[in-house]
Design a binder for this molecule. Structure first.
Ligand code: PGA
Length: 238
């Protein structure tokens, strides 16, 4: 069994004072937590968070990166910059970026490749919309997204996060049977070594059930990662 990874995605939330939550989380988790722990804060907080957590088991990651190493791309952040700031991971292809910024799986693959080239672990997000699930297309949509978003050549660790779009930030969680079904298909598709996270309204109250489903190797947590108390409540259930 792969060690669980509990990853928090702060999205566009967090000001400098939010780093207090990280100090408090460090106290709660101690030196030997039950799972690997990652927080992906807004880019502006990343360097300070990486400095704070340097001697703790908490890792820090980016929420997105550009596919190029450097150059004339105003407003963008490269994978190399994230690594240089102290990140170990970067989320790519989150459904909010696929929807808000028009990212497709080909873009996501280039970003994942850039992450690997910079020595980062990409967390590649996939997931179907409600309309796709209702049309019975969930499995095929997810399979196609994984196939097209996975780096083709580069070597290095990769994480995949299955996040049904309709479960993100809505309080609706996919049923254990649905999660088990998609994760079994993903396992078959990508093999044994790749961690498969579930994401979408994971909270302290449902984490135990979700994290014990076969082929679920951790969680990608949005809202509940913003406070140390809730995030630790999920980590404890790993
Ligand atoms: P949520 O977000 O936990 O707030 O539903 C999950 C995610 O988007 O990663």
């Amino acid at each position: 069994m792969l060690r669980k990874l509990i990853a928090g995605n702060w999205k566009m939330n967090g000001l400098r004072h939010s780093l207090d939550q990280v100090s408090s989380l460090m106290q709660k988790v101690g030196k030997a937590p039950k799972a690997d722990i990652l927080i992906c804060p807004p880019a502006l907080l990343l360097m300070e968070m990486a400095r704070m957590t340097k001697d703790s088991p908490i890792m820090v990651g980016g929420q997105d990166c550009h596919w190029k190493e450097s150059g004339a791309h105003t407003g963008e952040i490269s994978a190399q910059m994230l690594a240089n700031a102290g990140a170990s991971h970067v989320i790519v292809g989150h459904s909010e970026r696929r929807a808000d910024c028009g990212e497709n799986s080909k873009t996501v693959r280039h970003k994942a490749e850039a992450a690997l080239a910079a020595g980062l672990i990409p967390i590649i997000c996939v997931g179907e919309t409600l309309a796709q699930r209702e049309a019975g297309e969930a499995a095929s949509v997810v399979r196609d997204q994984v196939e097209q978003s996975m780096p083709t050549q580069s070597k290095g660790e990769i994480v995949i996060a299955y996040e049904p779009v309709w479960a993100i930030g809505t309080g609706k969680v996919a049923s254990a049977a649905d999660i088990a079904e998609i994760h079994a298909l993903l396992r078959e598709q990508v093999g044994p070594g790749i961690r498969l996270l579930y994401g979408g309204s994971v909270k302290p109250g449902n984490a135990a059930e979700i994290l014990h489903i076969e082929n679920v190797d951790g969680a990608l947590v949005g809202g509940a990662s913003l406070t140390a108390e809730d995030f630790f409540g999920i980590i404890e259930n790993a």
